[in-house]
Design a protein around this ligand. Structure first.
Ligand SMILES: Nc1ncnc2c1ncn2[C@@H]1O[C@H](COP(=O)(O)OP(=O)(O)OP(=O)(O)O)[C@@H](O)[C@H]1O
Ligand SMILES: [Mg+2]
Length: 254
């Protein structure tokens, strides 16, 4: 396997609070890597620095062989690393189809809405995006809700739509921050199966999740982030039987 993402000694402080204290890790292409760790460990902050939404104070990030440390989120997404966004964040009046299209247009030199009014080439590109969105919806079993408002689909379907929006950007690596949060546990298996199927097609995943049994079924390796640093990594069984990992969870959640 080859390293798709190489993170070296990333540090990030918010004023006096040092949240990332030197995170180093490697993500192999083709894996579904889990990131676990107690609340406040810095997991979401780490994703934000990877995706270019926050810039790190120091350290380096290489993706697909290129240094992307100082790249914007747009530039990072263009190179193939995308994070999912919660449906609740914005676009409340869009249908599922429209939600997919808005993200599909987020590509070099492209603006979807002006294209609606534009040239034959633009209309052709729009048709292609609609086809792509239909294909993704079908894959995620969302075809029957394409015309529903994104806010009115089920919690599990919202999570799938979040993944669908990431797929519109033709990613190689997808970052998911707590895909099981707010999801009925009975839908967990379905979301896990969808992720597994996409992984079999070649997409690499890095997933932050607190639901341990779900992580245990899906993710390998599992990386433990605690107090702004990587504590350990290994198979799920390896990391959860590590006394240091048990210590950081003591009295917190698991
Ligand atoms: N923009 C910010 N400004 C100031 N402090 C922040 C900011 N973002 C995060 N923090 C702080 O950084 C620490 C780590 O937060 P982060 O959200 O990365 O944790 P997490 O591991 O994702 O936790 P959880 O499992 O609860 O989601 C917390 O103490 C948080 O309050
Ligand atoms: Mg978080």
């Amino acid at each position: 396997m080859t390293a798709l993402l190489e993170v070296s000694d990333i540090r990030k402080s918010f004023f006096a609070l040092e949240v990332l204290k030197g995170v180093s890790l490697t993500i192999e292409e083709g894996t579904i890597t889990g990131i676990i760790g107690p609340n406040g460990a810095g997991k979401s902050t780490f994703f934000n620095t990877l995706a270019g939404e926050l810039s790190s104070d120091s350290g380096s990030i290489r993706f697909a062989g290129e240094d992307i440390t100082r790249r914007s989120s747009y530039e990072v997404a263009r190179r193939g690393m995308v994070r999912s966004f919660q449906i609740s964040r914005g676009f409340p009046n869009l249908t599922v189809m429209e939600s997919l299209l808005v993200y599909g247009s987020n590509q070099p030199g492209e603006k979807f809405w002006p294209a609606l009014l534009g040239t034959k080439a633009a209309r052709q590109r729009e048709d292609e995006l609609v086809e792509k969105a239909r294909g993704i919806a079908e894959k995620l079993r969302l075809s029957h809700v394409l015309n529903n408002l994104a806010t009115q689909i089920s919690g599990g379907q919202k999570k799938l739509l979040e993944i669908g929006r990431a797929l519109m950007a033709d990613p190689r690596l997808i970052l998911l921050d707590e895909p099981m949060a707010g999801v009925n546990p009975s839908l967990g298996n379905e979301i896990g199966e969808q992720i597994r199927a996409l992984n079999a097609e070649g997409y690499t995943f890095v997933i932050i999740e607190h639901d341990m049994s779900w992580v245990g079924k899906l993710c390998n390796p599992v990386i433990v982030l605690a107090d702004g640093k990587v504590l350990t990594q290994g198979t799920f069984d390896e990391v959860i039987s590590d006394p240091r990992v048990q210590d950081v969870y003591m009295g917190i959640d698991a």
